[in-house]
Design a protein around this ligand. Structure first.
Ligand code: 1CP
Length: 354
């Protein structure tokens, strides 16, 4: 049994589930975090990893953008590498860099050192979810995890990377090790998401941020079966499931296939390179779309922002006319640290007024 709430009025849950929302829902990837002075103040006293394993801090940082921007969904404050760290991988999140892995995973022997995630290793995250669903009222809480490919890219490269070259070299040149790594990471992702669903999150999003580095053929061969297993394992919860990546114009069909057909509502995240009505023709019928304002637009001054926001909302309506099950307004990728939080608040007000 889980503790899931019924939120029939939530515009986010309606749009993500193919029902008609009372208004266009809006939230922002990376809405919690570095664009907010109240976040920077908390982080000045705690490392990222301390924050990610402290239920009170997770709760407070998750709520900060809800109080400020009145968005239609909260996203759990955590990171895609949290379940890896919890299951015993030596890693840190380094300021202004991102995840750094102490011993990169490059051989079959390295893969064999990876251990399954036990739910009690992420107990503070479960505790925070329990506190959040009490605090959030009728705002839904989105849980998340990294998709196996994007997790693999950090483990194999040892940190952030531009070309993902060691990752792709293993994938293409040592396929047995690759599939063993992807299988282990798929298990970790499923365990992390199952814990979140049991703790009460109202929706989940799987971040395959760097999948866009792959050709469609390679994505289908080396990634799709593993990502499909993630969604298939989570579907029985019945919560909307979103699959997101950047630079995925050619992969939208395959990524929606991974998330669809398991019996739970499916949504695909679209970046700014693909117009929403075009994305609607690429995804599996019955899929909702999320996106797709270029995050850089938020740095270009209000007149530019206003025009671009109106275009995305209109494109969302045209996407629904073209067959999309719904539209959730978001950015095409995360909020950039330099973004003025007041612009974000104004975007929320504008989307809600349209
Ligand atoms: O305060 C700091 O210095 C840490 C900055 C930071 C924050 C606030 C990192 C390091 N992670 C996070 C939180 C985070 N990460 C959230 C919750 C906040 C929110 O969304 O409101 C989420 C959903 C993530 C997910 C995440 N982490 C992704 C997928 C989403 C995306 O943006 O593509 C990825 C790729 C990461 C890795 C990561 N963690 C942190 C950084 C800077 C990065 C990216 C590094 C890189 O460029 O490869």
């Amino acid at each position: 049994m889980n503790k899931r709430r019924e939120l029939p009025e939530s515009p986010y849950l309606a749009a993500a589930s193919g029902r008609k929302p009372s208004r266009v829902p809006v939230w922002f990837m990376r809405q919690a975090g570095r664009s907010l002075p109240e976040y920077r103040a908390l982080r000045a006293q705690n490392t990222m990893m301390q924050a990610c394993f402290d239920a009170e801090l997770i709760t407070e940082i998750t709520l900060q953008p809800i109080r400020r921007h009145k968005v239609d969904a909260a996203i759990l404050f955590s990171d895609i590498v949290v379940p890896l760290r919890a299951s015993g991988v030596a890693l840190d999140i380094v300021p202004d860099v991102g995840p750094v892995i102490e011993h990169p995973i490059r051989t079959a022997g390295d893969v064999a050192t990876l251990k399954p995630l036990e739910p009690q290793q992420v107990a503070p995250v479960a505790e925070a979810i329990g506190m959040l669903i009490n605090e959030l009222g009728d705002v839904p809480l989105i849980g998340f995890a990294g998709a196996p490919f994007t997790l693999a890219s950090y483990l194999v490269e040892g940190g952030p990377s531009r070309n993902h070259e060691r990752t792709k070299a293993m994938m293409l040149g040592d396929t047995d090790t690759w599939h063993a790594l992807m299988t282990a990471l798929t298990d970790v992702t499923i365990a992390f998401l199952q814990m979140q669903v049991e703790a009460g999150v109202d929706a989940i999003q799987v971040f395959d941020s760097w999948a866009g580095t792959l050709s469609l053929a390679d994505y289908r061969t080396y990634v799709l079966p593993h990502s499909t297993r993630v969604f298939a394992a989570l579907a029985s919860a019945g919560v909307p499931m979103t699959h997101f990546g950047v630079g995925t114009a050619e992969l939208l069909g395959a990524m929606s296939q991974a998330a669809s057909g398991h019996g739970a509502p499916a949504m695909v995240g679209v970046d700014w390179r693909t117009a929403l009505p075009d994305a609607a023709t690429r995804v599996v019928a019955g899929t909702a779309l999320q996106g797709n304002l270029d995050p850089v637009v938020l740095l270009a001054g209000w007149p530019v922002v206003e025009r671009a926001v109106r275009t995305v909302v209109e494109d969302g309506r045209r996407a629904i006319d073209a067959g999309a099950a719904g539209h959730v307004f978001n950015l095409g990728h995360g909020v950039l640290p330099a973004t003025d939080p007041e612009i974000i608040t104004k975007v929320v007000e504008l989307v809600h007024s349209l």
